[in-house]
Design a protein around this ligand. Structure first.
Ligand SMILES: [Zn+2]
Length: 414
């Protein structure tokens, strides 16, 4: 047996592509293996604990938190993190209609692909989000909160992003001038927008990034005052400074270097299949490596910042074949990443064979005795169980495979 293992190790060493296809082995640097999208009830229904299955943490939308779900997950010994919708609570436009982003023509910007963003300078909307964030931290013993949709009005979660220039509302233009000292002429909004996107472009982009970063600063302040041990994470666009012509900064107003002053964990969203890299799982680790270089994160245990990518395993837009699951998790868990989570339970719960594949890789990453199969158990997805769980979980169970653009009521992406 030892000889066989030695031969296998040698094969793995000289043929990394084979190892990648079969999935990674134990990686002590990976401290967190998570599932995004709610309570993985189907795993529990199969008679195994989440820990035995290989899962260390679960992410739920902030709107899905209940005392009962927290207790259930705590009893499983996993960490529980919340996803928090910052600038995509479209329903709030009913009470704050003047929070709708304004386009470069001076008109309210229609939601690109149905994706509704919010003007970042609207004080009432901001207050309501900060209050909700504080309430979540007070009422639930979460291990951390991940900001989500913290970017400008744009539909970027697809292969060809749709990113209109915004927000040129009177409030934004007034604040920009007051805070930068740049004076805009008395002119139409369209003319002022033209100047902001040409002559004053640098000041405009910087001001917008600083405004989005200031939201993160306030979230951090609330976290520090309310539940200081909770992590502050962010689900964010995975592009480098150069990808899509620098749009992460220029269009989406996400300045990761500046946000690093406040954020503990960065969770880039390299959804390779959805974003046009279906056959190239290595795109995931390339984007993560870029992030590490940009932020000076190497994946050392003593570092203040961590990178835990969220990788696409469910079918959303493009399917992720079962046989690609090990490669996706391999690339998602390479240094400087020190954790990895799968997107998303809403779709995965209907694909039991993929769930089993995730469990195999998660246990392999953890290594040690638990790497062995946890023992006889019912197969996930045994008839009827998934449906009952879906009923119990309400809207989460009814969701299709991934997240969809939201123009209406549901806060959070679940
Ligand atoms: Zn505005």
């Amino acid at each position: 047996m030892k000889e066989i293992l030695a031969v296998l190790a040698l094969v793995g060493a000289v043929r990394p592509s084979v190892a990648a296809a079969e999935g990674p082995n134990a990686r002590p640097h990976v401290a967190m293996r998570g599932i995004y999208g709610g309570v993985p009830q189907e795993i529990l229904d199969s008679g195994r604990s989440l820990r035995d299955f290989g899962v260390d943490a679960v992410w739920m939308g902030s709107g899905s938190f209940t005392t009962a779900r927290m207790a259930l997950l705590r009893a499983q010994g996993v960490r529980v993190f919340a996803e928090f919708n910052t600038l995509h609570v479209a329903d709030d436009l009913k009470s704050h209609p003047d929070a709708a982003p304004v386009g470069s023509d001076g008109q309210v910007s229609p939601p690109p692909d149905g994706w509704q963003g919010i003007c970042p300078s609207h004080e009432g909307y901001r207050r309501s989000r900060m209050d909700a964030f504080g309430r979540l931290l007070r009422e639930h013993e979460v291990d951390g909160v991940w900001l989500d949709y913290h970017h400008a009005h744009a539909s970027w979660e697809q292969a060809v992003p749709n990113m209109p220039d915004t927000c040129f509302c009177e409030r934004c233009l007034r604040r920009f001038q007051a805070e930068t000292g740049v004076e805009l002429p008395e002119a139409s909004t369209a003319e002022r927008a033209r100047l902001l996107l040409s002559t004053h472009r640098r000041a405009w982009v910087r001001w917008r990034c600083e405004l989005f970063t200031d939201w993160v600063r306030e979230f951090r302040e609330i976290r520090d005052a309310t539940r200081p041990r909770a992590l502050l994470g962010t689900f964010h666009n995975p592009w480098s400074d150069e990808d899509h012509g620098g749009a992460r900064i220029d269009k989406l107003a996400i300045d990761l270097r500046a946000q690093a002053a406040h954020v503990d964990v960065f969770s880039p969203m390299p959804y390779h299949a959805r974003f046009g890299h279906a056959a190239d799982a290595a795109w995931i680790s390339r984007q993560v490596a870029w992030l590490g270089r940009a932020l000076g994160i190497e994946g050392e245990a003593a570092e203040r910042h961590r990178i835990w990518p969220i990788v696409q395993v469910s079918d959303w837009g493009e399917p992720v074949p079962l046989e690609q699951v090990p490669a996706v998790l391999d690339h998602g868990s390479r240094l400087p990443a020190t954790g990895v989570m799968v997107f998303a339970w809403g779709g995965l719960r209907k694909q039991p064979e993929k769930v089993e594949a995730i469990g195999r890789v998660f246990r392999a990453l953890r290594g040690g005795p638990a790497e062995q199969d946890p023992g006889p158990a019912e197969a996930i997805g045994t008839a009827g169980r998934a449906d009952r769980a879906a009923e119990r979980d309400g809207r989460e169970g009814g969701r299709p495979t991934g997240r969809l653009p939201r123009t209406a009521s549901t806060p959070g992406r679940m």
